[in-house]
Design a protein around this ligand. Structure first.
Ligand code: FAD
Length: 394
């Protein structure tokens, strides 16, 4: 493994860094959880995210991993890693169309028709059409293939009835990629189709769900006799499971925690315990050093995954390992911050007198959701146990 970047990759980093430095005012830099996309974004905050997305888009900094033909930069895998690192370093507002750019866009490039790509990719890139993901249902989360939302054929249309749940950003969305059952007689993985649904269609109702952070970033979505043209099926009818797995493959990725360590050090230097700064206690410094080592190990695991892909090998179990370890570590870091804060940890986000605006208690609550979303820790452990360690199925 060679850690040195090529001249082209270094130039890519410098170009992005200097663009971010000149285009992102200090006041716009965020002071919250790296994954704040679940925040409810009432009015202004959502508009701020969309405006930032459009500014980055105008400068050609959205979807760098997409091919140039579809408006991306054709960035190499290494450049994609650099892109994430630089966005994280700059702490800009979270981009506005994550499910579109990150999940359905790349899926359309593999499975979509040329007509679907031409129709959907440009407005997705520009955040003119916001996307959400309609996979989970009340009885089908970890066991996703048991989903019951039905699509019945009617001429050139499907008629969809059923319910989705935990649908992030559905309240902002114009489009949804939905898994529906099109053949109830087939074995459960074989009768599913992947369809693109206009969220403004008659018969769709979106109801917000409150999280324990008090945000309402995800929703229940009800479908009552919703008509969807058959040309909106991606891949073949009843072959949607494979298409769905392609989107999932893009979802389990590395979530950097480097900023968290620096912020934890700052916190330990600020809060006082027993008459001195918490940072002066050996056990506090040792715990933070331990977190820093684990964050670094995850970063290297990410590089190992990248190396596999650069060698043309299929994605390994690193995706599950990174998803499991980074979300669990995010929670451990937030819990340790709560310990440092003592009674101040009880103050909610943006409460008057809260240290750091109460961001740590927000993170501690939000971190639980990260452990569940995109496949729970138990499911990731099953995958690692069965596919990596060769343990028998439980
Ligand atoms: C923040 C957040 C955002 C989300 N966004 C979306 C979205 O945009 N679109 C969408 O479709 N879904 C979304 N989800 C839903 C998410 O994918 C599901 O919550 C997740 O897959 C778990 O499913 P479930 O909630 O039905 O729990 P269940 O599958 O019912 O699991 C309940 C418990 O049982 C455990 N369990 C289940 N099966 C096994 C097993 N085989 N072995 C061991 N333990 C097991 C689980 O680990 C869990 O602890 C989101 C969830 C969260 C938290």
């Amino acid at each position: 493994m060679d850690f040195k970047l090529s001249a082209a990759d270094e130039a890519f980093r410098q170009e992005l860094r200097s663009w971010l430095d000149s285009n992102l005012p200090q006041g716009e830099r965020r002071n919250r959880f790296a994954l704040e996309f679940m925040h409810s974004e009432a009015g202004e905050e959502w508009e701020r995210r969309v405006a930032w997305h459009k500014k980055m888009h105008a400068a050609g900094w959205i979807a760098v991993h997409w091919s140039r033909e579809y408006g991306g930069r054709g960035a190499t895998l290494t450049q994609q890693m650099i892109y994430q690192e630089e966005l994280e370093r700059a702490r800009g507002p979270v981009l506005a169309n994550l499910q579109g750019i990150g999940l359905v866009g790349p899926t359309l490039m593999i499975w979509g028709t040329e007509e679907q790509r031409r129709r959907y990719l440009p407005p997705m890139l520009a955040a003119d059409e916001i996307w959400c993901q309609g996979y989970s249902e009340p009885g089908s989360g970890s066991d996703l293939a048991s989903l019951q939302t039905r699509a019945v054929e009617d001429g050139d249309y499907f008629i969809i009835n059923g319910q989705k749940v935990w649908t992030s950003d559905a309240h902002h969305a114009d489009m949804c990629f939905v898994l529906v059952r099109t053949d109830p007689e087939a074995p459960k993985h074989k009768g599913i189709s992947y369809v693109l649904v206009d969220m403004h269609s008659p018969g769709i109702t979106v109801r917000p769900l409150a999280q324990m952070t008090r945000d309402t970033g995800f929703n229940e979505v009800f479908f009552e006799d919703v008509r969807v043209p058959k040309k909106n099926v991606v891949g073949e009818k009843n072959n949607g499971w494979l298409v769905a797995l392609t989107s999932l493959m893009y979802e389990r990725r590395y979530r950097g925690l480097d900023n968290n360590i620096g912020e934890l050090v700052e916190l330990a230097r600020t809060v006082r315990r027993n008459g001195h700064a918490a940072w002066e206690d050996d056990d506090v410094r040792q715990q933070i050093a331990q977190f820093a080592c684990e964050v670094n190990a995850l970063r290297l695991l990410n590089v190992r995954q990248l190396t596999r892909q650069l060698k043309g090998l299929p994605p390994g179990p690193e995706g599950s390992m990174m998803k499991l370890c980074s979300t669990e570590l995010g929670l451990q870091i937030a819990l340790f911050a709560m310990e440092l804060l003592g009674p101040y940890s009880q103050m909610l986000y943006e409460a008057p007198f809260a240290v750091d605006k109460g961001k740590w208690s927000y993170r501690m609550l939000a971190a639980r959701g990260m452990i569940i979303g995109a496949g729970t820790s138990e499911i990731q452990r099953n995958i690692i146990g069965e596919r990596q360690l060769g343990l028998p199925k439980g």
